[in-house]
Design a protein around this ligand. Structure first.
Ligand code: GDP
Length: 331
């Protein structure tokens, strides 16, 4: 049953950039109800190919590093430059508290009052697969609604950074000023996916530590293998102060320079095409998994065969082959 509360002209309203329509659509893609899923798929299909390409910026950093402060200041700077900014939060850890720790709009008070900003807190979802799908779909909706920059924010827990890196054009890592030993604490993997490292809090007493930390990271980045889709000098490390606004314009210039270079050199479209293919394959896999767990006959079959495998009367691979054969139509 289609949701009767959804207006029939929802796609047109989204394309006109109406934030209320966008908010309803994001709520729809967050729903796991089968009828809502069907509606969401139809809506995304109707919007596919419309709107324009936004700059998808991933932003990661541990709690307390200054993400909200940065997004507030950086977002306001972009708004003042005439851009429309959407902020989506990815927080797989929020399930523990049953709510969203990134969800509080008061974190970005000025930004949330701007008509050219759209801030969407992270819903609590039980698994990363659900989080990634709803975020990807929310990105697509924001793009249809004509936003220029979509900031996808995540705390660095588990796989969420990789997941965000796989759905953005440019991935930014926000770090705090640190002593030499603490540099080791940043995982190599995350350094490898970062396009820009911003060492925040480069102000007051922390300024000199931040400058030193930034130089250390710049050195570490130079030691890493150069990536084919980067211009000379990237990935880069910069010192910024979200509170004082220092370095934010420079950070934006670097992001644009990187985006322009990738566009001019064919890397932009290639990356987006690869991402789309990746997500398609992931949808196929998660759809298959859902069929395994949602179909009562299959579940019963798995339970029965599991008992046989445990008793040693059937081998694990023969039992698995039998379950899989049941999922595929015969040739
Ligand atoms: P988040 O948890 O990553 O979203 O971090 P917040 O934005 O909430 O910031 C955590 C704390 O760091 C707050 O007390 C901020 O005021 C402070 N903070 C954030 N940015 C800066 C900065 O540029 N300089 C200084 N000195 N403090 C900052």
């Amino acid at each position: 049953m289609p949701d009767p509360r959804l207006p029939a002209d929802l796609p047109e309203r989204i394309l006109k950039g109406e934030r209320r329509a966008l908010a309803r659509a994001v709520t729809l893609v967050e729903s796991t109800r089968a009828d809502h899923r069907a509606q969401a798929t139809k809506l995304l299909e109707a919007l596919a190919g419309h709107g324009r390409q936004a700059l998808r910026l991933g932003l990661s950093g541990t709690p307390g590093v200054g993400k909200s402060t940065f997004i507030e200041a950086f977002g306001m700077m972009l708004i003042e430059a005439g851009l429309r900014v959407a902020v989506l939060a990815v927080d797989p850890s929020s399930t523990r508290s049953g709510g969203s720790i990134l969800g509080d709009k008061t974190r970005m008070e000025s930004l949330s009052r701007e008509k050219n900003a759209f801030i969407r807190p992270s819903p609590s979802l039980s698994h990363l697969g659900g989080v990634s799908r709803r975020t990807r779909e929310a990105v697509a909706l924001c793009e249809a609604a004509d936003f220029d920059v979509i900031l996808i924010e995540t705390v660095g827990v588990g796989q969420s950074e990789t997941m965000v890196a796989e759905m953005c054009d440019i991935f930014v890592l926000l770090l705090a000023p640190a002593g030499g030993d603490e540099l080791q604490g940043v995982k190599r993997g995350i350094m490898e996916i970062a396009d820009l490292i911003l060492v925040n809090k480069a102000d007051g007493d922390l300024k000199s530590t931040a400058t030193r930390t930034c130089a250390d990271y710049a050195g570490a980045l130079r030691l890493m293998r150069k990536r084919a889709n980067d211009p000379e000098g990237f990935p880069k490390a910069l010192a910024v102060s979200a509170v004082e606004g220092d370095g934010l314009a420079r950070a934006w210039d670097e992001m644009r320079a990187l985006a322009d270079w990738r566009k001019a050199n064919g890397h932009w479209d290639k990356r987006r095409a690869e991402q789309a293919r990746h997500w398609f394959e992931e949808e196929v896999q998660s759809g298959l998994l859902a069929r395994l767990t949602s179909d009562p006959d299959t579940r019963a079959r798995i339970r029965d065969l599991g008992a046989e495998v445990a008793a040693g009367t059937t081998s694990p691979d023969a039992a698995a082959a039998e379950v899989l054969a049941g999922l595929m139509p015969p040739d």
